[in-house]
Design a protein around this ligand. Structure first.
Ligand code: HPA
Length: 327
């Protein structure tokens, strides 16, 4: 983890932000600096770290927003998957953009097409904080960093988080280009962002996942899709670590155990968000049929399909967000 110490000279020259980065690992910080201050035992410090990091990130985002919009706080968070950056670019009015580089603790994605910033703005009278770009566990970031942006959104006031993603279709009734509501998930990675000491200020030790994907939000999304004259599919999302696509045998296994969609994101964010008590709507764009159900898979195909359906997806998101303001 890189800890950046930012000194802001009081004279306020616009060019005068000086950033000194000292590379400290989380463990070395915990084992040297804080005990050196004689303040906490190691386990207490570890518990506090996530809470501290979320609070610090939320404060930095708040400060950035406050510089431009007074007293503005988001109520809905939107995680924009591949190709959906358009939503933040075109549907949020009076936008405030906060690059992830400016937020201590945030990882920056190296995947092409992922912008890597928060965009705060209004959509149909609803205050939205959108993530334009996200990082994936397969990029090698610690899972705590993968979920930090979603936790930050919730800390800032987002009670509803809409999480979008690309996925491979496992259910043979699905077609590339379909949009599908996630009804539940299967975690096939053995990874969980809640592993480690639990901080009760973030959420309970053993969060219930019986209805991780909110039923009312799903009903609302169906209504909005109907108003736009299309039908949403529904299905169970299986989280594979990636970055290699699945094998046909893995997809057959996933189908056997009840999965309809295969993807490499979403689940860690959903777990962290449920831990903090947010309501979740998950929407996948079926960008391809999963391995073994079509010819060879490619990222180009994923991008092309996401591009093809982005207007429909953005239209749905806009209606859903607006309807949330009328709830
Ligand atoms: N598998 C996993 N993740 C994906 C896929 C897939 O087939 N398509 C888009 N994201």
């Amino acid at each position: 983890m890189a800890i950046a110490f930012i000194f802001k000279p009081v004279c306020g020259f616009p060019f005068s932000r000086m950033v000194f980065c000292a590379k400290l690992t989380r463990r070395s910080l915990l084992q040297t600096v804080l005990p050196g201050m004689g303040l906490f035992s190691l386990s207490t410090q570890e518990e506090m770290m996530d809470f501290f990091e979320v609070g610090r990130a939320a404060k930095m985002v708040t400060d950035s927003i406050d510089r431009i919009r007074h007293d503005w706080r988001p109520t809905v968070g939107v995680v924009l998957g591949s190709g959906l950056g358009l939503f933040a670019d075109t549907k949020l009015t009076q936008p405030v953009c906060i690059p992830y580089e400016e937020i201590i603790g945030f990882a920056v994605s190296k995947v092409k097409g992922h912008a890597g910033r928060f965009v705060a703005g209004d959509c149909g009278g609803v205050r939205v904080l959108a993530m334009q770009g996200r990082v994936h566990l397969y990029e090698g970031h610690p899972i705590s960093q993968v979920v930090l942006p979603v936790r930050t959104m919730i800390k800032l006031g987002c009670e509803v988080v809409i999480i979008t993603c690309a996925a491979g279709g496992i259910n043979p009734d699905f077609d590339p280009g379909d949009l599908a509501l996630i009804t539940d998930h299967i975690n096939l990675t053995g990874q969980n962002p809640l592993v480690g000491d639990n901080d009760n200020r973030l959420g309970t030790r053993f969060p219930d996942m019986s209805e991780a994907y909110d039923l009312e939000l799903r009903a609302l999304a169906h209504e909005q899709a109907q108003a736009l004259s299309f039908t949403l599919q529904e299905g169970v999302y299986a989280w594979f670590l990636g970055p290699s696509y699945e094998t046909p045998a893995e997809i057959r296994m996933a189908r056997t155990i009840g999965a309809d969609l295969a993807g490499m994101s979403t689940v860690p964010e959903v777990i962290a968000a449920r831990h903090m008590g947010a309501r979740i709507l998950g929407i996948s764009c079926v960008t391809n049929m999963a391995a073994g159900l079509q010819g060879a898979l490619s990222h180009d195909e994923v991008k092309e399909t996401a591009e093809r359906v982005k207007d429909r997806f953005v239209g749905l998101l806009t209606r859903v967000v607006t309807a949330l303001g009328e709830e």
